[in-house]
Design a protein around this ligand. Sequence first.
Ligand code: FES
Length: 99
Amino acid sequence: MIFAAKTSEIPSFGKKGVTLGGKALLLVNVKGEFFVCDDECPHQGSPMSGGIVKEGFISCPRHGFRFDLRSGACIDAPAFQLKIYPTELRGDELFVDIS
Ligand code: FES
């Protein structure tokens, strides 16, 4: 697990882009529950940082495919899977496993 950000840096229903270990990642806060995913849509590579977070899903800004932030499953096109990384909260700090 490596340090990703302080939770206070990620507003509720907000996002924060970071680069860790050479990977562009997106940190997402859903009402105090934190998720980390690739900041690149598995469909055609659009940055997920421009997406909308709603009810545990993030939608890609380009074609609107919705991805479950827990599993990475795409509910609009099941052939595509967004990479989701394991996270751990330590106090007010968010850690992620990018291995
Ligand atoms: S590039 Fe994301 S849905 Fe098409």
